[in-house]
Structures are given as structure tokens and as C-alpha cells.
Design a binder for this molecule. Structure first.
Ligand code: NAD
Length: 287
């Protein structure tokens, strides 16, 4: 599939990432088929997209008059068969291997053979996912960052089987969305999480060992290293459960003890202190 032939994009999963991905494609003129398993998830996604567009209008990035057109380009559906008309597809269902494999296999049977199928996985082997389809050379990782409409980076992950053409088309498509794609080869944690998670983990160890408070660690990294967010503030934003899962992927993927998740992180997850989403992590989030 050539870049110019891509007009309609299927997005599988309308959660945190899926609604952002749909938003961005629609904003740049693509028709979007947004699929989730229940209407209430789709309604919530459309509400979020509408609110996020209002924010972009306020910032002057989108004109008020364009908003209805952008929303109108998104067709929300629970019917998987409707993705058959798509020219490109991005999967953004929860990070569970069994679920991803079944959704990708089903999508593979519905999409035309020339269509590229991308996964937004943040930690599962893209090579393994590609192998589950009949289009492994037209399979690629497209790791958007959260929140998608705001974050410019897309880590494009090349599976062992990904063809040059698939990689190039995907990179060019990211640029059409005014994003900055960076290509990397498939490896546990890719580059983003392989570099980020050990820093978050080390910050948690420093707190666990009583070297410093969470606030002190974050101030040191923000003021001293010019990071816009401290590592523990960022861990709360990502979700401490997600952090532990990614560390486990690095630990088992490399078989290297340097990726061992900090016991304090595991304990906080066991307590249900997952960060922002549960109201408490390294910091408290009242309300
Ligand atoms: N949240 C992040 O910060 C972030 C960042 C980068 C990548 N990711 C990755 O993006 C993917 C999605 O994460 P999320 O945070 O958006 O999850 P989420 O739980 O917010 O959303 C997932 C959505 O998929 C839907 N879903 C479940 N089964 C489905 C199916 N069979 N068909 C269609 N939809 C289905 C769910 O109902 C839900 O609405 C994961 O692979 C995750 O690792 C997440």
C-alpha cells in the first residue's frame, strides 16, 4: 500500500491510546474506523476526543470550524467486520499477549492483503505479534506516547520480518501526522522503555533505601537534569502496575538481574497504590 493510497485508518481499541490515535488521524484528514467491544467505551472515547479538540481550539492549534469535520471523520463501531474497508490499521487493545494475538489474527483475516497492520504495544515482542499474522512483512510496531495528541514522538519498531517498504510507508505516515518517527529494531522494551524504566526503578530504590524522599528525587532530576517531570511523578502518571509489568518484560527478555523491579514498586502495586489512576502512588491525588 502506498502512502497516498491510505485514506481510511482502522483503530482497534478506543481506550487511552486508541482515542488519541483516532483523534490525530482524523485531525490530519484521515477517515477513522474506531472499534471497541462495547458502545459505552466508544461513547467515552468520542467525549474525550471532543474535549481534547476543545483544548486544541483554545490553544489555537485547531480552528473551531474544523471540529465538526474532524469528529465526523471518526466512525465508531463495535462491529469488527467494518474494519475491512481500512487502508492501514493500528491495534491499541490492552497489553495482554493472548488478547493481542486474537485481535490481530481476526484483523488479519478482515483487512486486504496489502494493508499494513501496526501494533501500539509498549512491551510485547513485535516479531512475535507479526508471526501470528499472514502478513508478517506488512506488520510493524507504532509506539505512540501518551497523551497522543500532544506527544510528538512515535517509536517505530521493526520486527525481524518487517519489509523496508512497510517501514518507510509507516515512517512517512507518521510525518503526515506531524509526528517525529524514530525507527528501532525489535528488542525487549524497544529503546524508550529500556532506557526510561531502569531510571524509574533506580529512583524507587533510592526512596526504598531512605536515600531521599520521592519529592527530593524528583527535584534533583527536574532541576539538576532538566527533565520536565521527575521519574516518580512520571511513574505515577504511567501507572506503577504498568511500570512493574514492563520491568518484568525487560527482566525475562534479557535474563539480566539489572532489570529486577524494586520491591517497593511491587509492594505499592500490591496495596493498590497504582499512581494517578488510583488516587495514590508516590504522591496523593485527591478527588
Ligand atoms: N497508556 C499508555 O500510557 C500507553 C503508552 C504507550 C503504549 N500503550 C499501549 O497501548 C495499548 C493500549 O493501552 P491503553 O492504555 O490505551 O489501554 P486501555 O485499557 O485504556 O484501552 C484499551 C481499550 O481496548 C478495548 N478492547 C479490549 N478488547 C478489544 C477488542 N477485542 N477489540 C477492540 N477493542 C478492545 C478496551 O475495551 C479498551 O477500551 C497497550 O498495548 C499499551 O501497552 C499505552
Amino acid at each position: 500500500m502506498t502512502l497516498n493510497a491510505i485514506r481510511t485508518v482502522a483503530v482497534l481499541g478506543a481506550g487511552t491510546m486508541g482515542n488519541g490515535i483516532a483523534h490525530v488521524f482524523a485531525r490530519y484528514g484521515y477517515n477513522v474506523i474506531l472499534r471497541d467491544v462495547e458502545t459505552r467505551f466508544l461513547d467515552r472515547a468520542m467525549e474525550t476526543i471532543s474535549k481534547n479538540l476543545d483544548r486544541e481550539v483554545k490553544k489555537g492549534n485547531v480552528s473551531e470550524g474544523d471540529k465538526p469535520g474532524i469528529l465526523g471523520r471518526i466512525h465508531a463501531t463495535t462491529e469488527m467486520s467494518e474494519i475491512a474497508g481500512a487502508d492501514f490499521a493500528v491495534e491499541a487493545v490492552p497489553e495482554r499477549l493472548d488478547l493481542k494475538l486474537s485481535v490481530l489474527r481476526e484483523a488479519d483475516t478482515l483487512l486486504r492483503p496489502e494493508v499494513i497492520l501496526a501494533s501500539n504495544t509498549s512491551s510485547i515482542s513485535v516479531t512475535t505479534l507479526a508471526a501470528a499474522t499472514r502478513r508478517p512483512d506488512r506488520f510493524v510496531g507504532m509506539h505512540f506516547m501518551n497523551p497522543v495528541p500532544v506527544m510528538v514522538l512515535i517509536e517505530v519498531i521493526r520486527a525481524l520480518q518487517t519489509s523496508d517498504e512497510t517501514l518507510q510507508t509507516t515512517m512517512a505516515l507518521c510525518e503526515r501526522l506531524e509526528k517525529k518517527p524514530v525507527a528501532v529494531n525489535d528488542a525487549p522494551g524497544f529503546v524508550s522503555n529500556r532506557v526510561l524504566l531502569p531510571m524509574i526503578n533506580e529512583a524507587a530504590f533510592a526512596v526504598m533505601e531512605g536515600v531521599a524522599t520521592a519529592e527530593a528525587v524528583d527535584v534533583i532530576m527536574k532541576v539538576g537534569m532538566n527533565h520536565p517531570m521527575g521519574p516518580l511523578e512520571l511513574a505515577d502518571f504511567i501507572g506503577l502496575d504498568v511500570c512493574v509489568n514492563i520491568l518484568d518484560v525487560l527482566y525475562t527478555g534479557f535474563g539480566d538481574s539489572k532489570y529486577r523491579a524494586c520491591p517497593l514498586l511491587r509492594k505499592m502495586v500490591a496495596a493498590g497504590w497504582l499512581g494517578r489512576k488510583s488516587g495514590r502512588g508516590f504522591y496523593s491525588y485527591p478527588g
